[in-house]
Design a protein around this ligand. Structure first.
Ligand code: FES
Length: 169
């Protein structure tokens, strides 16, 4: 599988927007399909590189501000590169009451992250908080690469992280 760095490099290199051209073609270069186009671009690069958004705007003949506007409106879109493993810790009411905060602190402490710095330097992990994941009965809930972990604790969360680190070593 292609690694994140290659993809990021691909997004930045001049004349290397072949993948985006393919996405645009699939959507008929239709400005009305901007959201699905951006979804596909994000799937390709794991986030929306600024150069890619500019390229999409130029190709569709629409102002870059419109593309950026859509990208920032939907929380689903990421404007910064994410790590290979994305941990989403629920901080909705039920999870907060069941002590999600110590889990977040443990994860950030282990990975050297903070509210401002969400991705590790080696691009292995991104830790973010989300509002209700719709599994309140399992609170506190954590999502790791789309896999749901219920009734987590700082210890369990760190075990999961250590396992991933071992697997990636
Ligand atoms: S509040 Fe966390 S799953 Fe609902």
């Amino acid at each position: 599988m292609e690694n994140v760095e290659e993809k990021n490099a691909g997004a930045g290199a001049a004349g290397s927007f072949k993948r985006i051209c393919g996405i645009l073609e699939r959507h008929g270069r239709n400005p009305a399909k901007l959201v699905p186009i951006l979804q596909d671009v994000q799937e390709e690069y794991r986030y929306l590189p600024r150069e890619a958004m500019n390229f999409v705007a130029t190709s569709l003949g629409i102002p870059p501000s419109r593309v950026f506007g859509v990208a920032t409106f939907y929380s689903h879109f990421a404007l910064e590169p994410k790590g290979r493993h994305v941990i989403k810790l629920c901080d909705g009411t039920a999870c907060h009451v069941k002590k999600s905060t110590p889990i977040l602190e443990a994860l950030r402490g282990r990975l050297g992250l903070s509210e401002e710095v969400k991705t590790t330097k080696d691009m292995l992990f991104t830790v973010e908080t989300v509002s209700c994941l719709g599994a309140c009965g399992l609170a506190p809930v954590m999502l790791v690469d789309e896999k749901v972990y219920g009734q987590t604790s700082p210890e369990k969360a760190l075990e999961i992280v250590e396992k991933i680190i071992r697997e990636e070593a």
